[in-house]
Ligand binder design. Structure first.
Ligand SMILES: C[S@@+](CC[C@H](N)C(=O)[O-])C[C@H]1O[C@@H](n2cnc3c(N)ncnc32)[C@H](O)[C@@H]1O
Length: 242
């Protein structure tokens, strides 16, 4: 977490996507579906790096909480066989449309991460889930609100990982430090994953965080006056055969 007053040298979504060494897909977003942002771009950059570095020619990728499907489309373009999961109808339709518009094939699964159907274990599981702490009174914001500690979906994802990633496989989770990086790392280690923070970006609070900054202070989730956050990509490797 950035100290109060520390500057946040934010890379923009476009700047991060410009670092991805394959052509940027055309992504259209239906109303109500999460438009690609800095966190999405971090997931795309790390996902493409993992797919291109994989010793497997066409690694199997599962994206949880796929939204527009931008990371899934990037993964498919990089050569992966991709399954994208989301529980919002608009997101499901958007992933299908974006896959088609970019000439890639993606299996799309309409499911809550808490009650997923059986999926073959993947070489790489990627996710940028909802992770913004939200008061119980918050009604909209399905794409970002994640309960009072911001961990509702992150915890559901982590608990499913032993079934979703093969031994030796890799997991990438993007979230804010406000959501609790140390807890995510500890929970992954407890499940037998080797963990590291692979990517970080600091940024000024956007409208959602700004709008609930006082509440976040009251909950002790940010420091008084803090109006910046750090986004992290956590890379976890499941113990076992490569
Ligand atoms: C922050 S958006 C990320 C979208 C996209 N992956 C990206 O990086 O731009 C989170 C997505 O998670 C989906 N979602 C929220 N809760 C979910 C759940 N319990 N199971 C599956 N998907 C969920 C939302 O519909 C939304 O599309």
């Amino acid at each position: 977490m950035l100290a109060k007053g520390a500057s946040a040298a934010t890379a923009s979504t476009d700047q991060i996507l410009a670092q991805v060494p394959i052509e940027r897909p055309r992504i259209a977003v239906k109303a109500g579906v999460y438009a690609p942002a800095v966190d999405s771009a971090m997931l795309c950059r790390r996902t493409v790096a993992e797919v291109l570095a994989s010793p497997i020619e066409h690694p199997r990728v599962i994206e949880l909480c796929a939204g527009s499907g931008i990371a899934s489309v990037y993964a498919a373009r990089a050569g992966a066989r991709v399954t994208a999961v989301d529980d919002a109808r608009g997101a499901i339709e958007t992933v299908k449309a974006n896959a088609s518009a970019n000439g890639v094939s993606i299996d799309v699964v309409d499911a809550d991460v808490g009650v997923l159907p059986a999926l073959a274990p993947a070489d790489l599981v990627i996710t940028n889930p909802p992770y913004v702490p939200a008061p119980d009174s918050a009604t909209d914001g399905h794409a970002w609100n994640a309960g009072p500690d911001g961990r509702k979906v992150v915890d559901a994802v982590i608990s499913r990982l032993p079934q979703l990633v093969r031994p030796g496989g890799v997991v990438i989770i993007v979230h804010s430090t406000v959501t609790g990086t140390e807890r995510t790392l500890a929970d992954l280690r407890a499940l037998g994953f080797d963990t590291a923070i692979s990517d970080e970006e600091s940024l000024e609070f956007g409208p959602v965080m700004t709008g609930r900054a006082r509440w976040l202070e009251d909950q002790g989730l940010i420091e008084a006056g803090q109006r910046t956050e750090r986004l992290v990509a956590i890379r976890a490797v499941r113990a076992g055969a490569e």
